[in-house]
Design a protein around this ligand. Structure first.
Ligand SMILES: [Mn+2]
Length: 160
């Protein structure tokens, strides 16, 4: 799960971690309630590819999965009130946060693991790094790589 009104860094990081979890042999889902204009183009590609049917789920289904013990991975945000679905935090037993924003006072304290690195260009950069450590020569779909690249590209303002 990312933040509300997700941007391309958020979507790229979500797709990257989706692949990471799949590479670990586990089921994975991405929480997304509505598509906004900044991720519209990428989501069109995602849907067109036909590879992600049932992957994007809404808050209600995510809540059920979290209540059943699913690990909650939060990307590109670490403040409860900015989440796509804040309630997930209340019910998740295990939470991992991956973010590049400067830590604010109201960060989610109950997280099992925090990877908050303000010196990283983007969450996509952090996720790209994680993928390399998850598995030797990870097989990542071209669309997911595109999304990760797009996130880095956007958050660095075209690498500036
Ligand atoms: Mn970002």
């Amino acid at each position: 799960m990312g933040h509300e009104v997700p941007d391309i860094d958020c979507l790229g990081a979500s797709l990257g971690m989706y692949r990471g979890v799949k590479l670990c042999g586990k089921e994975a889902y991405i929480v997304l309630n509505t598509v906004n204009s900044s991720i519209e183009k990428m989501m069109e590609k995602v849907i067109k590819s036909g590879q992600y049917n049932g992957v994007f789920i809404k808050s209600e289904l995510a809540l059920q999965k979290v209540m059943a013990g699913a690990l909650l991975i939060i990307v590109d945000v670490h403040r409860r009130n900015l989440l796509e679905c804040p309630e997930l935090v209340d019910y998740a037993k295990n939470i991992v946060i991956i973010d590049h924003h400067r830590k604010s006072a109201d960060f989610i304290e109950k997280a099992t693991m925090n990877y908050i690195e303000p010196y990283a260009s983007s969450t996509c950069e952090l996720v790209t790094e994680i993928l390399q450590y998850l598995k030797e020569k990870p097989q990542i779909e071209p669309l997911e790589l595109q999304a990760l690249m797009a996130g880095i590209y956007m958050d660095t303002k075209l690498f500036i």
